[in-house]
Design a protein around this ligand. Sequence first.
Ligand code: SAM
Length: 285
Amino acid sequence: MAYLSNPKETIAVLNRYGFRFQKKYGQNFLIDSHVLDKIIDAAGIGPEDFVLEIGPGIGTLTQYLAEAAGEVVAVEIDPRLIPVLEDTLSEYQNVTVINEDILKVDLTALAEEKNQGKPIKVVANLPYYITTPIIMGLFEQEIPLDSVTVMVQKEVAQRMMTGPGTKDYGALSLAVQYYSHPEIMANVPPNCFIPRPAVGSAVIRLKKYREPSVRVRDPEMMFRLIRGAFNQRRKTLQNALHNSPDLGLDKEKILDALEKMGLPPAVRGEKLTLEEYAGLSDLLF
Ligand code: SAM
């Protein structure tokens, strides 16, 4: 049975190795067994699953994953944690630890090699400073993916869930909802971690769609359009797109497309749904 899920054992391991937390790596380790159980439940991990864990820390969540899954690969950037993980995971034959920056790992090759290219599950208590690049990387690299179940900052979870017309709505909401169905599975207060983060957290599950949620001729151009729209979100969409150097769109063309879409010329980017961005992208490119 997993044994690291309480403050006493965690502190004992940290002291044994004289470990000091590094802020730059977003190190906030879980110390609450209910939260750990919830993550495993939310991800629906079973013996047939191959799981990629990002940032195992001292191996707390990794132990839970190893008990529930068929196989686990955990990628940890901090070399000081590797001897700790060798120790805390020594009982488990189904775990491999890789000392690497997750943003540099070829995950498609990993899924191919370890899971014969079948969809993998990603589970993590993410380092918050790189939440967005990690999630976008997972979706954009076309890794065979079943779902991503992750602890993130509460506000970021809300951004992933929200729709048009709210202040949280933006490029991240649209990208997450293009590729997956997001669902917040638990809210987690700071006292479930050591050290305590300054912000509230949430476990969110992104269940990847088989096909993206809307049809668009050129998804890459649609996301460029979306980034252009939200880079200057206080401007009208027309001006924001016109001012985006990498789009090279003249005003006439933008106005014409807005009219064809039945959108007012002064509409702001934050009002458009994903379907509308897809439609606009097809008209413009
Ligand atoms: N999974 C552990 C837990 O729940 O207790 C630790 C989670 S902690 C929030 C984030 C972990 O990600 C840390 O162990 C940190 O060193 C690691 N990390 C930070 N940046 C990383 C990166 N670029 N690639 C891989 N791991 C990273």
